[in-house]
Write a protein that binds this ligand. Structure first.
Ligand SMILES: Nc1ncnc2c1ncn2[C@@H]1O[C@H](COP(=O)(O)OP(=O)(O)O)[C@@H](O)[C@H]1O
Ligand SMILES: [Mg+2]
Length: 431
């Protein structure tokens, strides 16, 4: 009997010890899983993202029917401050705008010691960086003659980092080390619109895609002008500042970079790019939203004609305008490589809009909001026409089927390579 009870005691003790061990293991596992999402991918960055408050709001400001893009997944930040934020050092305050501070060493490694050059512009060189986390980013090394101090640079970066829109090339980070100022952007895998319009290595851009690109750009600019607080005037709209993502969605790059305080340039010098400059700006030296509208008009003509403004595009346009009788007759300037594959009505509508944008009098130019609505309406009409055609072809097919039960259905037209979206308010536009 005594033996039985001591066996029972031993059995219970072992059970209790095993139970306690399992409980401790369970607790440890639970804590590990809770921490893992926050510590992942931290090796290449010093700080981590905290909520973006675009223009003081919890979410990005959305105009028309735009929404945030998908390429910069790490910046699609959750609401609420992560628990570990309190532990960040003072030097990481800039991260409060939602962007990251990258280390020079990591960027040096990710760009193969700054040899992976993808472009060179007025503000410096751009490199592709393949981070150890697997993500690719574009690193813009600003011209070294900048006299801007680190604090001012961080302030600028913080302001730019607040701007988020699916039609902007979002700023995701910065680096200010070793006397260098670098801006880190989402990598745009399809390159610039300029390269698609002028380089032989790319497939020809279809007319349909050109109009969709125009609407994307207009939406990005509309956000900068009317959604950002304070509003941002781009000052350097041109085809090499329009970048394309994997789905051929267009995004505006280099917003906010042309300001005198962002990079050290002589303020009395003309800024912007020859061929896109508002004549009014050249005489007054005052950049307004309507100067961006002028440059956008030039970009529209560039899309129509497939011709570079530095190669006499505007002279070509002015000559054609003499024969357009106001709203029709723009066919003569269309990119000949399209071989007639465009809708004549759409072409005349887009060209008429573009011509309004380049009016010498800024007051007579439409606003970016008007332009978004006008382009949305053009795409809406196209969409309705296609559906109408599709519906009639289905009816015709059904009639044919009734006549001949063995008749074959004709295949429907293929979908666009891109989803076309447009604002629901399109019809209210006066442009
Ligand atoms: N985020 C990016 N993703 C991919 N390529 C980029 C990116 N930013 C810039 N580039 C490339 O680098 C080139 C140079 O850019 P930039 O320095 O802004 O000069 P510019 O705009 O005058 O061409 C661009 O034309 C583009 O091809
Ligand atoms: Mg650029």
């Amino acid at each position: 009997m005594k033996e039985r009870s001591s066996g029972l005691i031993i059995g219970i003790s072992i059970g209790v010890v095993i139970g306690a061990l399992l409980a401790i293991i369970g607790l440890l596992c639970f804590r590990f899983h809770r921490k893992r999402p926050q510590i992942g991918n931290s090796s290449s960055r010093r700080a981590a993202t905290i909520p973006i408050r675009a223009n003081g709001a919890d979410t990005c400001t959305v105009l028309s029917d735009s929404s945030m893009g998908t390429e910069s997944s790490r910046t699609s930040v959750q609401n609420g401050v992560p628990f570990w934020f309190g532990g960040l050092k003072k030097g990481h305050v800039v991260a409060a705008s939602g962007i990251l501070e990258y280390s020079y060493k990591d960027l040096q490694k990710a760009t193969y010691n700054f040899t992976s050059l993808i472009g060179q512009g007025a503000f410096g060189s751009v490199y592709k960086a393949q981070m150890t986390t697997g993500e690719a980013v574009a690193v813009k090394v600003l011209a070294t003659d900048s006299k801007q101090g680190e604090k001012e640079f961080q302030t600028e970066v913080m302001l730019l980092g607040r701007l988020h829109h699916r039609n902007l090339v979002n700023l995701v980070g910065y680096c200010a080390e070793k006397g260098k100022h670098m801006l880190i952007y989402v990598y745009m895998s399809k390159g610039s619109l300029a390269s698609h319009l002028y380089s032989e290595k790319h497939e020809l851009l279809s007319w349909d895609l050109r109009v969709q690109i125009a609407l994307d750009v207009a939406r990005g600019l509309e956000y900068l002008h009317d959604g950002a607080v304070p509003p941002v005037i781009h000052r350097d709209i041109k085809s090499s500042n329009i970048l394309l993502d994997l789905a051929m969605g267009a995004r505006v790059a280099d917003f906010g970079l042309s300001r005198e305080d962002m990079i050290n340039r002589n303020a009395s010098n003309i800024q912007g790019t020859f061929g896109y400059l508002d004549p009014e700006y050249i005489s007054t030296r005052a950049f307004t939203k309507k100067s961006d509208v002028y440059s956008f008009g030039v970009l529209l003509f560039e899309l129509i004609a497939g011709r570079n403004p530095q190669q006499g595009l505007m002279e070509y346009v002015e000559l054609a305008a003499m024969n357009t009788e106001g709203k029709v007759g723009w066919e003569e300037i269309v990119d000949s490589r399209l071989e007639g594959n465009f809708d004549e009505q759409e072409l005349n509508d887009v060209a008429t809009l573009a011509y309004k944008c380049i009016n010498r009098s800024p007051r007579k130019r439409p606003s970016m909001r008007d332009i978004v609505q006008a382009l949305s309406r053009i795409l809406m009409t196209r969409h309705n026409k296609k559906h109408h055609r599709r519906d009639s072809s289905v009816i015709a097919d059904e009639v044919a089927l009734n006549v001949d039960q063995l008749g074959r259905r004709s295949p429907m037209n293929g979908e666009h390579r891109r989803f076309e979206s447009f604002g629901s308010t399109a019809d209210s536009c006066e442009v």
